[in-house]
Design a protein around this ligand. Structure first.
Ligand code: S3P
Length: 433
């Protein structure tokens, strides 16, 4: 159990490069493994979550080389010898997805269509996350999946699947992607209709892999296919990791930083919109497209933030940024009201309850709602002894909160930062923290 201490030292100044995107790193390994031939993935995120996906495909006979060749992904080059959609072999062991919901849910879509049985498990956090959301549609397609009452482990007996048109009760890229992956193995067209638009990295990457995919608003359809084209992809930086630096730059007085190579995919960029509404000085520079994904450098200056109302549309486009948005709200003038965020109760921790409990320790006035929070901003945060709940984004958010407090804050059980952002503290120190 690792404890990190943090306190204000002075303004944050300088440049950092955003670490590689976690969602895209998972998908790059999956789609390359299922493609026919040799793929190259540059700037792959060398963090615990995507490495779980990489290990899973290795276990199923895919040759993957080069993962040790870069510091946390920067300049790394992974070579994947894809086995084709039908070339995976039965894993010898249970596949351990660790903390990674993306590994478990997306992989279940692939495994549902394999001619061999498999079992997926994870750490205690993942074993308490709902899996019915993928079990239901995959079972409708013909898979047989046993679980512990809708929770992992998942014992999957793959079979020949039939296409479905599925109206998902949740807006979830993991659910949508699992169904689309299973749909690749079907004869005909599989459709997913979401209640709100979730991130679209799978759609972008499948299109680049040669899949016939059509997107109409909230409806995505894929046609089954015999083989995927291999890819040559450079993973852009992860806005969900940059988020901690953006908010730190806004909250620490006199800071001025440049956060380079940050993904700004519109299905993910709600954080920037929320912070602009709060009065943040964030400028997008050098906008470009990297491997089919929009990217920019973000110039961030210390700003006086004000409280805002954040409803379901913005929440969905900033779903993983909620904990750090709570920190921005805690330091903003006035009240911030976040609603329509019920999904946050089933993330790596119950992020509504976690953030309410931890920010209260800093004397922030917070009301917990079933689907969100009401946060009264204050000028000074009291230093606190915070805990992470084993949730990487809670740990990093509380460290940034600590950086803006008047004294030393500690965060216990902070190892979990490595789930998505090894080197987080070093990067923060490089800016003078
Ligand atoms: C992810 C989708 C989101 C997000 C998670 C990563 C993905 O989850 O919260 O961190 O890579 O598809 P949901 O699909 O549960 O919304």
């Amino acid at each position: 159990m690792n404890r990190i201490s943090i306190k204000y030292k002075g303004p944050l100044r300088g440049e950092v490069t955003t670490p590689p995107d976690k969602s895209i790193s998972h998908r790059a390994i999956m789609f390359s493994s299922l493609a026919e031939g040799r793929s190259v993935v540059r700037n792959f995120l060398q963090a615990e979550d995507p490495l779980r996906t990489l290990e899973a495909f290795k276990q199923m006979g895919v040759e993957i080389r080069g993962q040790g060749s870069g510091v946390r992904g920067q300049n790394s080059e992974i070579i994947i010898q894809g086995k084709g959609l039908h070339g995976l072999t039965q894993p010898k062991n249970i596949i351990d997805c660790g903390n990674s919901g993306t590994t478990m849910r997306l992989l279940s879509g692939v495994l549902a269509a394999q001619p061999f049985p498999s079992t997926l498990t994870g750490d205690s956090s993942l074993r308490s996350r709902p899996m019915k959301r993928v079990i239901t549609p995959l079972s409708e397609m013909g898979a047989v999946i046993e679980s512990e009452n809708g929770f992992p482990p998942l014992r999957i007996k793959g079979s020949k699947l039939t296409p479905i048109s599925y109206k998902s009760p949740v807006a979830s890229a993991q659910v949508k992607s699992a169904i689309m992956l299973a749909g690749l193995y079907c004869d005909g067209i599989t459709t997913v209709i979401e209640p709100g638009k979730s991130r679209d990295h799978t759609e972008r990457m499948l299109k680049a892999s040669g899949v016939d995919i059509s997107i109409k608003d909230l409806e995505v359809s894929v046609r089954g296919i015999a083989s995927l084209k291999p890819m040559d992809i450079t993973v852009p930086g992860d806005l969900s990791s940059a988020a901690f630096f953006i908010v730190a730059g806004l909250l620490v007085p006199q800071s001025e930083i440049l956060i380079k190579n940050t993904g700004i995919n519109p299905t993910r960029s709600g954080l920037i919109d929320v912070l602009h509404l709060m009065g943040a000085q964030i400028r997008l520079e050098n906008e470009r497209v990297v491997s089919g994904e929009p990217v920019a450098d973000l110039s961030v200056k210390y700003s006086h933030l004000k409280g805002v109302d954040i409803g379901v549309g913005l929440v969905l486009r900033a779903i993983d940024e909620f904990p750090i948005i709570c920190v921005a709200a805690a330091k903003a003038a006035g009240t911030t009201r976040i609603t329509g965020a019920k999904e946050l109760r089933v993330k790596e921790s119950d992020r509504i309850a976690s953030m309410a409990a931890e920010l209260r320790k800093m004397d922030v006035n917070i009301e917990e709602l079933e689907d969100g929070l009401i946060i009264e901003g204050r000028e000074d945060l009291k230093p606190a002894a915070a805990v992470s709940y084993g949730d990487h984004r809670i740990a990093m958010s509380m460290l940034i909160a600590g950086l803006t407090a008047s004294g030393e804050t500690t965060v216990d059980d902070a190892d979990c930062v490595n789930t998505s952002f090894p080197g987080f503290m070093e990067m923060l120190k490089s800016l003078g923290a």
